[in-house]
Design a protein around this ligand. Structure first.
Ligand code: EPS
Length: 404
């Protein structure tokens, strides 16, 4: 079973990712992972922290001479900022003139509305909110992206590609170009070149302006990103058991990204307002070289029917709320005195939607890679690829699907 576990505090020594269940024989390099980490660091609207970090990954286990071994892959991204936080964040209490103690480190006692701060102190019995916010920080997504890069490398072997774009920041909605059944209908190059990961150039500029305005007002912004995953064979996931529905797994994985408050697949919420004839993707047939196979002209279902992939691109959209840390903070209460106060302010981003887009890719990669290994086995890459090829051959012979 493919599994990603992350650990690490935002200003601790580093972010850690352990990926278990990756088949042996997969080519994997540090560059594959660092490329994704660099993409996550970009994006207009990030705060000062991104100028400090230069996320690079060390592969500590599970890979030898560029190939996976089948053993747990452990990845470490060091936090450069830890150098400035040793006393506050060390595993051992700092030495003070009076001896060992916490006294030199001022506790955080002003919870931010919308953050894990208040829920975290209630749940874990902390009196210093820093014990919550360090782990609740979206810095954790570094480790997800590192693990997601491993999943992406695996998926490449099966002909699967994953890309995401930003389609909204605050009030600015991008023109929704692109045909869900044709991933080449989106300029993914334009997405990568945009400062906010959006292929609509006018919207990109307007999004940057909106971020500037929010910064001026001490405010923050959310938005929507859209993940496309194509080249996926039909039949991943299952309608037979509720936990195995792949749409449910995708929604859970994407919803687990900090700040995400809504997830939809394909036309999602929009389809609720339309009639069946306007929503469902009619089944057609294509013909070439004397062979016929089933096709769809539209993909409003977002690649999933009955919780199972149907061979069309998987489309997942996520709504991210504005970041809870604001330089013009909302009213709050000091948890040490129960006196009214203003919420804690510390360095933060204005928006992290462009970065969340890359995290979204990682989460989709994780779920889809796990579904592949569940269906096709997972010890040795060549065995898995042979099983995938045999399955796809059968689908092609029956005219049920064709890899284009
Ligand atoms: C974050 C606050 C900021 C962000 C951070 C998430 O960090 P800092 O408190 O060090 O200024 O930059 O995001 C990252 C460090 C990152 O790598 O994405 C928070 O409170 O969630």
């Amino acid at each position: 079973m493919l599994r990603i576990t992350t650990a690490g505090e935002s200003h601790g020594p580093g972010e850690i990712c352990v990926v278990t269940g990756v088949p042996a024989g997969l080519s994997l390099s540090r560059a594959d992972i660092d490329r994704e980490l660099a993409r996550r660091q970009q994006g207009y609207g990030r705060g000062g922290r991104m100028a400090i970090e230069q996320d690079r990954c060390r592969i500590l286990s599970g890979v030898r001479h560029g190939k996976t071994l089948g053993s747990p892959i452990s990845l470490l991204v060091e936090n450069r900022d830890y150098a400035n936080w040793r006393d506050a964040m060390g595993a051992e209490a700092p030495l003070t003139d009076q001896g060992v103690g916490w006294s030199v480190v001022r506790p955080v006692t002003l919870p931010r509305p919308g953050h894990a701060d208040l829920a975290g102190v209630a749940k874990y019995g902390h009196t210093d909110i820093r014990n919550v916010l360090e782990r609740a920080s979206a810095r954790e997504t570094v480790a997800r992206v590192a693990g997601g890069a491993v999943c992406k490398a695996l998926l490449r072997e099966f002909g699967v590609t994953i890309r995401a774009r930003v389609i909204r920041i605050g009030e600015v909605q991008a023109a929704l170009t692109g045909d869900f059944s044709d991933p080449t209908s989106v300029s993914w190059e334009a997405v990568e070149q945009s400062p906010v990961g959006c292929d609509d150039p006018d919207a990109s500029l307007a999004m940057c302006a909106a971020i500037d305005r929010a910064r001026t007002h001490g405010d923050s912004l959310g938005g929507v990103f859209e993940v496309w995953c194509w080249g996926v064979c039909p039949g991943l996931g299952s309608y037979t058991v509720m936990e195995d529905r792949l749409d449910a797994r995708l929604a859970a994985a994407v919803m687990s990204i900090p700040g995400v408050k809504g997830v939809e697949i394909g036309e999602g919420f929009r389809s609720a307002a339309l009639s069946g004839s306007e929503v469902h993707d009619a089944i057609g047939v294509s013909e070439a070289d004397g062979r016929r196979w089933i096709t769809r002209a539209t993909n409003r279902a977002g690649g999933l029917e009955g919780g199972v992939t149907n061979g069309q691109p998987i489309i997942v959209r996520a709504a991210m709320k504005p970041i809870p840390t604001m330089t013009r903070p909302l009213p709050s209460v000091d948890i040490s005195t129960l006196q009214a106060a203003q919420a804690h302010v510390e360095r933060s981003d204005i928006t992290a939607v462009p970065a969340a887009r890359v995290v979204g890719e990682a989460m989709v990669a994780y779920v889809v890679a796990a579904a592949y290994l569940e269906k096709f086995g997972g010890d040795y890459l060549e065995d898995v690829k042979a099983a995938v090829a045999m399955y796809e051959r059968r689908l092609a012979e029956q005219g049920l699907w064709r890899r284009l």
